[in-house]
Design a protein. Structure first.
Length: 98
């Protein structure tokens, strides 16, 4: 190694360190933006977790009559399918809607 190469190496090292520092700053800013953007989702998830057990209990109580008499649920399902098919055909018949 000669001393003539030394200033060039120092400059490259300084440039690389500056690049690394800028990348660190960019990563920190991106992480902060991501955290801010994910805040509402996280709050919603925490709310869902908080009320999960009561919601499951209420849902189970509401499903109990359907489990005892499944014919009503099947009839409702058939009506929903028929309604969806009717809407689909009406949309095809109406002009300007496809």
């Amino acid at each position: 190694m000669t001393r003539r190469n030394e200033p060039g190496r120092r400059e490259r090292k300084a440039a690389l360190e500056a690049t690394i520092e800028q990348q660190r700053v960019d990563i920190l800013l991106a992480a902060e933006r991501w955290h801010d953007a994910a805040g509402p989702l996280e709050a919603g998830w925490q709310l869902a977790r908080r009320y999960r057990t009561p919601a499951l209990a209420v849902g189970g109580l509401l499903l109990w009559p359907l489990l005892r008499r499944p014919g009503k649920a099947l009839k409702l399902g058939r009506h929903l399918v028929l309604g969806a098919l009717t809407l689909k055909r009406l949309q095809k018949l109406l002009p300007g809607r496809h």
